[in-house]
Design a protein. Structure first.
Length: 66
């Protein structure tokens, strides 16, 4: 299975630098009515996982899970 790191290593490095610049991020999701809400989240990426942090019960969490 090809990965972005393998297929486009320079692009992957640039993206990783941006994501590692801080924990707080903004995420856009699509709701059932196709509206694109923006939500503040915490994001941490390791070599194997991406961990998202939101407030319990927030609509953005439901959107991401869907």
């Amino acid at each position: 299975m090809a990965t972005i790191q393998h297929e486009a290593p320079e692009f992957a490095r640039c993206v990783r630098v941006r994501f590692d610049a801080g924990t707080n991020k903004m995420i856009a999701t699509l709701r059932k009515d196709c509206s694109p809400p923006l939500s503040a989240i915490e994001l941490q990426i390791t070599d194997e996982h991406a961990t998202l942090g939101t407030m319990r019960g927030w609509l953005s969490l439901r959107d991401v899970r869907r």
